[in-house]
Design a protein around this ligand. Structure first.
Ligand SMILES: Cc1cc2nc3c(=O)[nH]c(=O)nc-3n(C[C@H](O)[C@H](O)[C@H](O)COP(=O)(O)OP(=O)(O)OC[C@H]3O[C@@H](n4cnc5c(N)ncnc54)[C@H](O)[C@@H]3O)c2cc1C
Length: 348
């Protein structure tokens, strides 16, 4: 395990904001990771797990404890590949997620192609049940192995035990409890994508919604669409110095949804209604690129707050508050941030 010379959280996150940590550890394997977490817990030392740092906003004061990076825990192992039941993969928490998608597409494993280009590491994918372009990781997760910091033992959860919902899981509910060590995916075999549920992606590929397209074409189409929205990391493109979508799409009661303008997006979500945070932001008057550098909305997508260079967490949070409050004033809907806010909040 290396005790790297403490970089700041700005160095470890895609938003590039956040002050220093007391120390930063990079365990080389699962046993060292568990040892490190256990030692911190025993000493009462706060722990911040960091994967790709793509869903984190850390305060300018930094983190008063130990940051534990997960990036050394690599590996994609095919446990079984059978024509009848599909492919079973075990992926270590530190494997970059997009490597997993590329591996699946290259091997004709179906079910994650629409999740191409999502930054971060595999171990974080169950935390908020990552999703994009009509797929969510929970649709292909078979098991999640996690270290339970409360009971000090490794536990394995089947997908039904993970409490998955829209950008939600039991792991997100108790962030101080779980360290995801590995995930198991179960994927169908075939040359084509899963049915394309997302209209924009289906149109881009020239198929009807619900149709299929070759796996590699689908991955490329998703990457093209994402790049055009600043949703593929690119150090040269400040529109990607972000945490992706800053707000989740609001889930509303039927009554709240009815009060929105007639042309506001409405999608069924159980007995509730999901609307579009991007639509609400735009229609509340916040256009692409809104704001004053160093923190502005992305010039490609109203849902991403971005660092134009030299932003501090306080700049990002001030813009986030302005947008949340503007949307609430216009539509009575209070948007909820999607990234984890560490040592800071939108309330202060
Ligand atoms: C440009 C861009 C585009 C994005 N697009 C999408 C998208 O389309 N869909 C989507 O869902 N998300 C998207 N995101 C958000 C983000 O990429 C995902 O949430 C991703 O899964 C975060 O992974 P990470 O390794 O970077 O997690 P981090 O940001 O490092 O961590 C996020 C949180 O999870 C915790 N955590 C991380 N790893 C573990 C672990 N192994 N065990 C326990 N806790 C852990 C951390 O402590 C932290 O609280 C995007 C982000 C960016 C910057």
């Amino acid at each position: 395990m290396t005790d790297a010379q403490a970089p700041t959280l700005a160095d470890l996150t895609t938003f590039r904001v956040g002050g220093p940590a007391r120390r930063v550890l990079e365990p080389a394997d699962e046993a060292s990771l568990i040892d490190a977490v256990t030692a911190c817990d025993a000493a009462g030392e706060p722990v911040l797990l960091v994967g790709g740092g793509s869903n984190l906003v850390v305060s300018d004061a930094g983190f008063p404890g130990t940051v534990i990076r997960l990036n050394a825990l690599k590996g994609i192992d095919a446990e079984d590949v059978m024509a009848c039941s599909g492919a079973f993969l075990r992926v270590a928490a530190g494997e970059p997620w997009d490597n997993v998608v590329a591996h699946c597409v290259a091997n004709r494993f179906v079910g994650v192609e629409a999740l191409s280009g999502i930054p971060g590491l595999a171990g974080a994918t169950p935390i908020q049940n990552v999703g994009a372009y009509g797929q969510e990781v929970s649709q292909v997760l078979a098991r999640v192995r996690a270290y339970d910091r409360f009971e000090r033992r490794v536990r394995t959860f089947s997908v039904t035990e993970c409490g998955f919902g829209y950008r939600h899981s039991r792991f997100k509910d108790e962030p101080a409890r779980w360290v995801v060590l590995s995930i198991n995916l179960q994927l169908r075999l075939g040359p084509d994508s899963a049915p394309l549920r997302y209209g924009e992606l289906a149109r881009h590929l020239g198929v009807e919604p619900g149709g299929r397209a070759p796996l590699a074409d689908t991955r490329q189409a998703v990457l093209d669409l994402r790049r055009a929205k600043g949703m593929v990391l690119d150090a040269a493109d400040h529109d990607t110095w972000s945490a992706g979508s800053f707000f989740t799409n609001p889930i509303l009661s039927a009554e709240q949804a009815a009060a929105l303008p007639a042309d506001a997006p409405r999608y069924p979500a159980g007995d509730q209604v999901k609307s579009s945070a991007a639509w609400l932001i735009e229609h509340a008057g916040f256009h692409k690129g809104y704001g004053t550098p160093p923190a502005t909305l992305s010039t490609k997508h109203t849902l991403a707050l971005t660092n134009r260079g030299g932003a501090r967490a306080s700049d990002v949070l001030a813009l986030a508050r302005e947008i949340r409050d503007g949307v609430e004033a216009a539509f009575g809907v209070r948007l909820v941030p999607e990234p984890f806010l560490v040592g800071c909040s939108l309330e202060s």
